[in-house]
Design a protein around this ligand. Structure first.
Ligand code: AVJ
Length: 320
């Protein structure tokens, strides 16, 4: 593993991170409609809880995507060719990455990008152990910000990997922006991306309300994080998790709902919550293959291939 200087990105200074977190929280909770950005779910506890969510029976996304990838990685390897450079956005535990790295023909370098420093470096160590010959260069950065990664000397295509339907967290217009930036700034040749498909409300809502309450803990962990990192006084037991499908906008919305009229403080800032008032914490947009292709095309990509599972729950697209 080496942190080479040829990579330009807004290196994250951990002090900036907490200042940025404080600023975003104060801004979001002082707004008429209270919101918190979903990227702040992923402190070490949150990253671990998300890992557990992926194992719940209701959350079909991860295992369905793994199943699809298992069936199509050979074809992807054929199209992308040998000695590829792989950049993964929001890599987390990189379980899917192993599937891809094993199938690719002598991949040259792997660059995982993630905002959760500890989690990223631990995942990178584990990966380096399994792929000792692979050059791995982790980047601790917020991929929703400008990211320029200079191309390494040597042949081979640049493949961007963005699994897990994380693209779903971006509003469609933001998603188009991200897709076009990856084309222009990151000069990628191929973009392998996983997205969740539109389906009936029951399946969607249970995927975000698992019976064992892990998603609820994942959502409410945001308030715990505010209490521990920003000196907040939120009484977590007076809030509840809610995830509902907004059919009109084709998105699952996650909310933290106040169970009664109450006041919380973050340092000097006093925040009043009415009974039933919510904090909007995440959007998870769902697409059809056609609506996703339209978005990718608008961003300048061509849909080379798309694979879905037999139940049409999830899709993996290779953009060129
Ligand atoms: C990691 C963003 C893809 O939207 O399904 C899981 C996060 N939120 N359960 C998703 C999540 C609630 C997940 N992504």
């Amino acid at each position: 593993m080496n942190l080479t200087p040829t990579i330009e990105h807004e290196a994250l200074d951990m002090n900036d991170v907490s200042d940025e977190f404080r600023h975003a929280v104060v801004l979001g909770l002082s707004a008429p409609i209270k919101t918190l950005e979903c990227k702040y779910f992923y402190d070490e506890v949150g990253s671990e809880l998300f890992n557990q969510i992926c194992g719940t029976p209701e959350y079909y996304l991860t295992r369905t995507e793994n199943q699809i990838l298992t069936s199509c990685v050979a074809k992807i390897s054929e199209i992308v060719g040998e000695r590829a450079e792989i950049i993964e956005l929001g890599s987390g535990a990189s379980l899917k990455t192993r599937l891809l790295l094993e199938a690719l023909n002598r991949p040259r370098v792997y660059v995982p990008v993630d905002i959760s420093a500890e989690y990223l470096l631990r995942a990178t160590d584990a990966l380096q152990h399994d792929f000792p010959m692979l050059d791995i260069s982790p980047i601790i950065a917020d991929f929703s910000k400008n990211l320029h990664i200079a191309r390494r000397e040597g042949e081979g295509n640049r493949l961007l990997f963005f699994p897990g339907s994380t693209i779903g967290n971006f509003k469609p217009e933001e998603a188009v922006n991200l897709l076009s930036r990856t084309l222009n700034d990151l000069m990628a040749d191929y973009f392998l991306i996983g997205f969740d498909l539109v389906k009936e409300r029951k399946t969607l809502e249970s995927a975000y309300n698992d019976a064992s309450g892990i998603t609820a803990a994942f959502n409410l962990n945001l308030l715990k994080r505010i209490n521990s990192e920003l000196n907040g006084t939120f009484d977590i037991s007076k809030f509840r998790h809610e995830a509902r499908y907004n059919q009109a906008k084709r998105r699952v919305e996650m909310h933290i709902v106040s169970l009664k009229a109450q006041r919380a403080r973050i340092g000097e800032l006093e925040l009043d919550f009415a009974s039933g008032e919510s904090i909007h914490t995440e959007n998870c947009y769902k697409y059809s293959c056609n609506s996703f292709e339209a978005m990718a095309t608008e961003a300048g990509w061509r849909m080379e291939r798309v694979w879905t599972d037999e139940k049409n729950l999830f899709a993996v697209a290779l953009l060129a």
